[in-house]
Design a protein around this ligand. Structure first.
Ligand code: UDX
Ligand code: UDX
Length: 474
C-alpha cells in the first residue's frame, strides 16, 4: 500500500468550520503547514488581526489557539492558487446554504461553492492531492467532486495529477467547537482509497485515540452526518412538542426532561426545551434528507422528517403568540426587550436563529423591539432583518433598535423576552430592571434559564417555557 506523506494542507473556507478546525490541526500537527484560504479578503484580514476581538468568529478558546499558532504553522491567506498547488491535502469547508431558487429550491443544498472549489483544486493542484469534504454535503456529492477532478486528469501531461476524495464530516457544535474538535466522540472518515484514508487518519492520531476513528464507505459517511443532525434536531422537536403539553397540563418540562433523560437508553443530552433549534446545519440537513427521500420516492420517510421542521416552526410561532396574548392581545406601540439574538449561547452566529422570526412576528404585530446580545455585531442583526421577506426593512427600521446593555433594552419596556441562554442573563438584577419598566412588567423565558423566584419576588409576571405555574398575578 502507498504511504502518503502530508506536509502541507490547504483549507478552502475560513468560516465557523474551517477556522476552528484548522486551528486545532495546527496545534496537534506542528510539522504540517496549514494555509486557510478564503475569497473574502476582509475575513482573512480579520483572522490576521493582532486584536483577537477582530477575529471574525467568536468561539471560546479559539483566540488563544490562533495567537499561538498563526504565522508559525497556521496561515490565513487569499492566495488560493499557491495554497492549492503546494498542498498534499485540501479540505473543502465552504458554505452550502439551502437553494433559494431553481430545482430543489427550499430543500436542496446549493453546491455552487463546493463545485467551484473542486474546479479550483483541479486547476491548481500538482501531483497527487487528497480532497477532503469537511462541509456537510448531500449524499453523493463526492461523486460530483470526483467527476470534476477526474476531468482534469491529463494522462499525457508530465504533471500526472491524481486525486482521491474523502468524506470527513465536522461534528463541532458552535460555542463548544474547540472542545468538540480536541475530544471528539468519533472521527468519521469515508473513502475508497485506503492509503488516503490512512493519511488523514494518521493526522488525527496525533490527538484522537485510534478506537474513535471510524472508517466507512464514502456514502455512509455522508449520510451519517445528515442523520446525526436529523436525530439531534428530532430530539429537540420532540421535547419542544412536550413543552406545549406541559404548559396546559401542569407538568414541568424540566422535570420531564430529567425523568426521561435518566433512562440510559434515552440519555440526558439535547433535551432542553427552547424557542426552537437554529444554526446553519439542522434545518438545512433535514431539508436535504427530505429532498433525497423524495428523489428516491420514499415519501413517507420524507414526511416523517418534515414533521421535525414543522414542529420547530410551530414552536417559534407559538412563542410569538404567547407573548402577544399575555400582553393583553396587543403589542402595538409597546416596547419589548429581546435578550439574545445568537442561535445559542457562546457564539456570534445568528444563522436560522429563532430570535429572527420571533422578532419579525412581534414587529409585524406593531411592537417596538429593543435587542441586546453580548456578541452579535449590529451589522449582522441588520443583515438578518434585511433578508426577511415578511417585513419591509426600510419601513420597519423605526420599529427596532440595537442596544448596548440589558438596562438600555429594558428601559420603559413592557416585557423582556430571553431568547438566548447567555450566562450574563442569569445574574440580572431584576429589582433595578423592573423599576425602569412599564407595569405590569413581563418576563418571557423561552430557554428556562432564569431564576424565576427572584424575578417574581420583585413583581414580574413570568412565563417560562413548558411550565404552567410560572405566571404571577398582576
Ligand atoms: C459550514 C459547513 O462547511 C457547511 O457545510 C455547514 O452546513 C454550515 O457550516 P461554515 O464554516 O459555518 O460552513 O460557513 P461560513 O462561516 O459561511 O464559512 C464559509 C467560508 O467559505 C466563507 O468565509 C466564504 O467566504 C468561504 N468561501 C465560500 C470561499 O472561500 N470560497 C468559495 O468559493 C465559497
Ligand atoms: C450542530 C451539531 O450539534 C453539530 O454536531 C453539527 O456538526 C453542526 O450542527 P450547532 O448547530 O453548532 O451544532 O449547535 P447545537 O448545539 O447542536 O444546537 C443547535 C440548536 O439546537 C441551537 O439553536 C440550540 O439552542 C438548540 N438546542 C440544542 C436546544 O434547543 N435544546 C437542546 O437541548 C440542545
Amino acid at each position: 500500500m502507498k504511504k502518503y506523506d502530508i506536509r502541507k494542507i490547504c483549507c478552502i473556507g475560513a468560516g465557523y468550520v474551517g477556522g476552528p478546525t484548522m486551528a486545532v490541526f495546527a496545534k496537534y500537527c506542528p510539522n504540517i503547514t496549514i494555509n486557510v484560504v478564503d475569497i473574502n479578503k476582509k475575513r482573512i484580514d480579520d483572522w490576521n488581526s493582532n486584536n483577537p476581538l477582530n477575529f471574525p468568529i467568536f468561539e471560546p478558546g479559539l483566540d488563544k489557539l490562533i495567537l499561538s499558532f498563526r504565522d508559525k504553522n497556521l496561515f490565513f491567506t487569499t492566495d488560493l492558487e499557491k495554497s492549492i498547488s503546494e498542498a498534499d491535502m485540501v479540505f473543502i469547508s465552504v458554505n452550502t446554504p439551502t437553494k433559494t431558487k431553481g430545482v430543489g429550491a427550499g430543500k436542496a443544498s446549493d453546491l455552487k461553492w463546493v463545485e467551484a472549489s473542486a474546479r479550483q483544486i483541479a486547476e491548481f493542484s500538482k501531483s497527487h492531492t487528497i480532497v477532503v469534504e469537511k462541509s456537510t454535503l448531500p449524499v453523493k456529492t463526492a461523486e460530483t467532486i470526483k467527476n470534476i477532478l477526474s476531468s482534469s486528469q491529463d494522462i499525457s501531461s508530465v504533471d500526472k495529477k491524481t486525486f482521491s476524495v474523502l468524506s470527513n464530516p465536522e461534528f463541532l457544535s458552535e460555542g463548544n467547537a474547540i472542545n468538540d474538535l480536541q475530544y471528539p466522540d468519533r472521527v468519521l472518515i469515508g473513502g475508497e482509497d485506503e492509503s488516503s484514508i490512512n493519511a488523514l487518519s494518521n493526522l488525527y492520531l496525533n490527538w484522537v485515540p485510534e478506537k474513535k476513528i471510524l472508517k466507512t464507505n464514502i456514502w455512509s459517511s455522508e449520510l451519517s452526518k445528515l442523520t446525526a443532525n436529523a436525530f439531534l434536531a428530532q430530539r429537540i422537536s420532540s421535547i419542544n412538542s412536550i413543552s406545549a403539553l406541559c404548559e396546559v397540563t401542569g407538568a414541568d418540562i424540566k422535570q420531564v426532561s430529567k425523568a426521561i433523560g435518566m433512562d440510559t437508553r434515552i440519555g440526558r443530552k439535547f433535551l432542553a426545551s427552547g424557542p426552537g433549534f437554529g444554526g446553519s446545519c439542522f434545518q438545512k440537513d433535514i431539508l436535504n434528507l427530505i429532498y433525497l427521500c423524495n428523489y428516491y420516492k420514499l415519501d413517507e420517510v420524507a414526511n416523517y422528517w418534515k414533521g421535525v421542521i414543522d414542529i420547530n416552526n410551530w414552536q417559534k410561532e407559538r412563542i410569538s403568540k404567547i407573548i402577544v396574548n399575555n400582553l393583553f392581545g396587543n403589542v402595538s406601540g409597546k416596547k419589548i426587550a429581546i435578550l439574545g439574538f445568537a442561535f445559542k449561547a457562546n457564539t456570534n452566529d445568528t444563522r436560522e436563529s429563532p430570535s429572527i422570526s420571533i422578532c419579525q412576528d412581534l414587529i409585524e404585530e406593531g411592537a417596538h423591539i429593543a435587542i441586546y446580545d453580548p456578541k452579535v455585531e449590529n451589522s449582522k442583526i441588520e443583515d438578518d432583518f434585511k433578508k426577511l421577506n415578511k417585513i419591509n426593512f426600510e419601513q420597519c427600521r423605526v420599529n427596532w433598535e440595537i442596544c448596548s446593555s440589558i438596562q438600555e433594552a429594558a428601559l420603559e419596556s413592557d416585557a423582556i423576552v430571553v431568547l438566548t441562554e447567555w450566562q450574563e442573563f442569569l445574574y440580572i438584577d431584576w429589582k433595578s430592571l423592573i423599576n425602569s419598566m412599564r407595569k405590569p412588567a413581563w418576563l418571557f423565558d423561552t430557554r428556562s434559564c432564569i431564576d424565576h423566584n427572584k424575578a417574581k419576588n420583585v413583581g414580574f409576571n413570568v412565563w417560562e417555557i413548558g411550565n404552567s405555574v410560572s405566571i404571577n398575578k398582576y
